[in-house]
Design a protein around this ligand. Sequence first.
Ligand code: NAD
Length: 252
Amino acid sequence: MATNEFDGLVAAVTGGASGIGLATAQELARRGASVVVLDRDLSGSDGYVCDVTDNASVRAAVEAIEQRYGRLDVLVNNAGIGAQGTVEDLDEAEWRRVFDVNVTGIARVSAAAIPLLRKTAAASEDGVAIVNMCSIAATAGLPQRALYSASKGAVLALTLAMAADHIREGIRVNCVNPGTVDTPWVGRLLDAATDPAAERRALEARQPTGRLVSAQEVAAAICYLASPWSGATTGTSLAVDGGMQGLRLRPD
Ligand code: NAD
């Protein structure tokens, strides 16, 4: 599909050097955007080294975008890290670290970028968009994911609050809730399993479609929420989860 709905627009993608973020940066660019990748590890991607837990590096990256482009139309808050275990495995330092990246990271980058987003929205007919990376873990009750699920539940609530606070300024805020997506992150999880092939089959079986979601499928959903096509949509979450959230299938 050839579209160019992001022609002349500028988009920033945190965690844009790998997995879903990389697929999103590529898709936004293919549809015409000037894309700035913000990642703590650029892994050969073009962009700015930026750790979303470090206010100074976040502010420097946003300033660099303002100086280079003078505008920001799309912010994709995708950077995130995982964690496994139940609440009994509570490690307070790990809880602080995961919340610092997954939740406060979104707040930090958004706080730094909103003045530029607001200025861009004021001069644009279509307004601007923020898309936050949530997860099916926010709503599904997944086993062995207590900390990760809590952090993504907070992302969902933060998305709604941000949408309410900025709607009058022409800034829409939505999130995507993927199921299990075939990215380097999931590859690392599988590599660490005692039987990676069996673990992969278990992850596939958990989704009614019987397969993992592709990074490109999540990128396409993010592009929809970032584009004027979703101009009437704010304060929502879009599931890209192979039917996990909505379907209740009987066992075969
Ligand atoms: P990934 O590990 O392939 O990529 C994550 C990227 O984020 C990496 O480039 C990493 O360097 C960057 N990053 C991590 N911490 C950072 C920080 N502090 N500052 C800046 N950049 C940082 O992971 P992925 O699977 O593409 O996941 C991306 C997002 O999607 C995460 O928020 C994750 O929670 C979410 N998600 C993933 C899945 C999945 O199954 N893969 C499912 C639902 C949601």
